[in-house]
Design a protein around this ligand. Sequence first.
Ligand code: NAD
Length: 369
Amino acid sequence: MSQARHATTFVYQPLQTRVIFGSGTLARLSDELERLGVRKALMLSTAGKEPQARAIALTAGDRVAGLFAGAVMHTPVGVTEAAVALARDLDVDGLVAVGGGSTTGLGKAVALRTDLPQIVIPTTYAGSEMTPILGETSGGIKTTQKSARVLPESVIYDIDLTCTLPPALSVASGMNAIAHAVEALYATDGNPVLSMMAEEGIAALARALPCIVLNTRDTDARSEALYGAWLCGMCLGAVGMALHHKLCHTLGGSFELPHAETHTIILPHAVAYNAPCAAEAMARIARALGRSDAAQGLYELAASLGAKLALRDIGMPRDAIEHAADLSVKSPYWNPRPIERGAILQLLERAWSGSRPQPNESASAHAQL
Ligand code: NAD
């Protein structure tokens, strides 16, 4: 297997978020609020996580003044406005978001409008807490922006909170995290530090997820998966994403497909598409997976974990493929291999039916960049 090439020109800009990681770290919430000078925080959660959020609020004594348990997928602006109104009514001076990417998204959206400091306590592997990216929906349209103002001041990773994540959600969320690292490995604005994090993040999740499927309360595996998710989140936050994320945003936004599951299904196919033009990244992905081929390795990993492998099984109608291909080639993200509608259509057809990823013949015309 080829060794990593040493980059000669790059920019490295670490994020400023403070990270506390471990088991039982939730007990540090009160200290962390104090460190940030927060005396009256608003806690955020989904409706389903409300009891847990209430219990966590109690651990922070009187430093949590209220709870907004209305976080939902895709960060609708109406929900954010309701949370901002409550923050203003309660005159809070900080935010605590407990949950997956949906709750983290709400915290970021409120922070954007109020400049309140945030502590995020992630309970999935989505990685949003490590990115300056905010996606919001209004009138059925999703827009994404990047702003340092949405970055949390502190993130408390407590592996104990992830032990309740069911196997299927753990797998989809973990594969979603792997996708961030995969695209960082061929990003045009990548750097050697990030590539190390990406490879380590993929390897950690690939090792941990099979153990989690066997035993969701395997704390060593949970620890390794959350560590991997943190690394993958940093990858997403630091560089531009490519074809895979473009396809997932298009499919998620236009056909309301579930976020993490869509990532799981598309990833092996997007990697196969890019393989002819990103040899070094493919070698690193394969090495991290402990397999000989990156795309086949990702497909086999997802299959072995019992993940859904077909877009048709998560609600995508067959007759939507052509439209999805049209949308995907419109204003494409930078990608190592040029975007060709015919090849994207084939990719989507394979992803729709759940068949193995295939190298695309026309790709052989493109040389390694
Ligand atoms: P999610 O936050 O919607 O959570 C999925 C479900 O799992 C919810 O019902 C939630 O209550 C439940 N859940 C969460 N943690 C749990 C736990 N430990 N135990 C049991 N149930 C639990 O899903 P997600 O995949 O974490 O996040 C998806 C959202 O995050 C999408 O809207 C996506 O666009 C966004 N996202 C944003 C970024 C970014 O950088 N801006 C990055 C990744 C994802």
